[in-house]
Design a binder for this molecule. Structure first.
Ligand code: 3SL
Length: 236
């Protein structure tokens, strides 16, 4: 049976889509969902996504690593920021993490009506595609964007994932066509294609020249990440 695939380009558009019975893949390539995949693949026990800095700071630091950012920078009083580079196995193995980010963690909470919530990034593209191909229900690819605006990197990734599902899924959606057209443009050098993305420019202003290429590595952390009981956990 062929299943439907939809793309939500920004959180503001989420109310237009019925999530019931569907699998949602939350996408925040730069950088929340990349970081979540890296942390879990590097041995973290769980990542608890929370909406506010205040909420994250309420977690007991003897039990949790407190992590996240606001406007791209580590929030005050936090142990970690939001770069996958920070989450080395030696630092996160066996640890529980609480994470809050400007866009990505909010989108996970906004998806609670879905029957299943997964996390997508270039790091786990093939694993995600394999899993979704075997499922019977419809899929919503939810791009976190930036403060409710559409962004290139999440839309591009949604295009790669939709392309990889083209034999098992169908769509009647200009959003999917748009995302696929970005894949066509970026095909041979997605990192170069994203150099003009607003988030790439934001990173450059912050002196961060490493996280764009770092987050664009295909299948570096082939982990299936599911939201269960308020936490994101890995399932291989
Ligand atoms: O918005 C988010 O969730 C973050 O990923 C943004 S940043 O890349 O850490 O600036």
């Amino acid at each position: 049976m062929q299943k439907n695939i939809e793309i939500v380009l920004s959180p503001l558009l989420l109310p237009l889509v019925d999530l019931k019975g569907k699998t949602v893949v939350v996408i925040d390539i730069l950088r929340a969902t990349s970081t979540i995949c890296a942390a879990l693949d590097n041995g973290a026990l769980s990542v608890t996504p929370v909406v506010s800095v205040e909420e994250a700071l309420q977690y007991d630091k003897s039990d949790y690593l407190v992590a996240g950012e606001r406007n791209g920078q580590k929030a005050e009083g936090f142990d970690f920021g939001n770069s996958p580079a920070e989450y080395a196995p030696s630092l996160v193995k066996g640890k529980k993490i609480v994470l809050t980010t400007t866009n990505g963690t909010k989108c996970i909470h906004a998806s609670l009506d879905a029957s299943e919530i997964l996390v997508g990034s270039f790091y786990n593209l093939a694993r995600l595609s394999e899993y979704l191909s075997d499922r019977d229900n419809g899929v919503v690819l939810f791009c976190s964007g930036w403060k409710n605006r559409v962004n290139l990197e999440d839309t591009l990734f949604a295009g790669y994932l939709a392309q990889s599902l083209s034999e098992t899924h169908i769509w009647d959606s200009d959003e999917v066509e748009l995302a696929l057209s970005l894949v066509n443009k970026a095909q041979f050098d997605p990192v170069e294609y994203l150099r003009n993305a607003s988030h790439a420019k934001r990173f450059a202003r912050l002196g961060n020249h490493t996280d764009l290429p770092l987050c664009m590595q295909f299948d570096k952390h082939p982990v299936l990440v599911k939201y269960k009981g308020g936490k994101l956990v890995s399932s291989y």
